[in-house]
Design a protein around this ligand. Structure first.
Ligand SMILES: C[S@@+](CC[C@H](N)C(=O)[O-])C[C@H]1O[C@@H](n2cnc3c(N)ncnc32)[C@H](O)[C@@H]1O
Length: 210
């Protein structure tokens, strides 16, 4: 999935869930935190200002939309930080943009201090079956392999899965916006029942640097 946050920023802005994994992760962070692929600041918006936070992203558009500071324009595969400086590192909804997510996960491990905590999340290929009845195309970091990929860098990793209907898309316009946001063919929005309760499937993988 090549990033399109600078070339087509309207896709990302077209829809936002009412709640997401950010709420869970934010409640667990005590900082200093490196929020990799921080985007327009959803995780940061949920963090207390007592938690020391640095956002990093490769998109100028996303960083400009992110109200919290400091932020760093950089590539997650080559982090501009010394070894062992962060207590927490997050990779929320971003590792699937890398052809090989291991490069980025190794960098996250490097900048974590011993005992530091790591979180990454992603969706399953079987997510949203009501719209994607043949499944989503595979990415380099899908829920089906995420824990195994993280475990190849971190000695201890475990996953928390979700597989349920959490919210409805209330109107046809919202289904269209959801399809645009998720790069789902637009005709699927016209064929869907409204309101549409989607089955959300994915994982949050947590790990600790020993
Ligand atoms: C789906 S958005 C998620 C944003 C945010 N983490 C969230 O959950 O709302 C993915 C983000 O990863 C960023 N990204 C993609 N490839 C990157 C890379 N190689 N280095 C740094 N950031 C990257 C994109 O610019 C985008 O902001």
């Amino acid at each position: 999935m090549p990033p399109d946050y600078d070339t087509d920023p309207e896709r990302w802005k077209s829809w936002q869930p009412q709640r997401d994994v950010h709420e869970i992760v934010a409640s667990e962070l005590s900082g200093p935190t490196l929020d990799i692929g921080c985007g327009d600041g959803r995780l940061a918006s949920l963090l207390s200002h007592d938690v020391s936070w640095v956002g990093l992203d490769s998109s100028r558009t996303q960083l400009a939309a992110n109200p919290r500071r400091p932020v760093v324009l950089a590539d997650m595969r080559q982090l501009p930080f010394r070894d062992g400086v962060f207590a927490e590192v997050t990779h929320l909804w971003c590792l699937y943009h890398n052809a090989d997510p291991l490069d980025a996960i190794r960098e996250a491990w490097r900048v974590l201090r011993p005992g530091g905590r790591y979180s990454a999340c992603t969706a399953a290929r079987t997510n949203d079956p009501e719209l994607m009845w043949d499944g989503y195309p595979p990415t380099p970091f899908d829920a089906e392999e995420a824990e195994a990929i993280v475990s190849s860098v971190f000695a201890r990793a475990e996953q928390q899965s979700w597989d349920d209907k959490y919210f409805p898309l209330q109107t046809r316009e919202e289904v269209r916006a959801y399809c645009r946001h998720h790069s789902i063919p637009p005709e699927r929005a016209e064929a869907a029942e409204v309101p549409l309760w989607l089955t959300k499937r994915g994982v949050l993988v947590r790990a600790t640097k020993t």
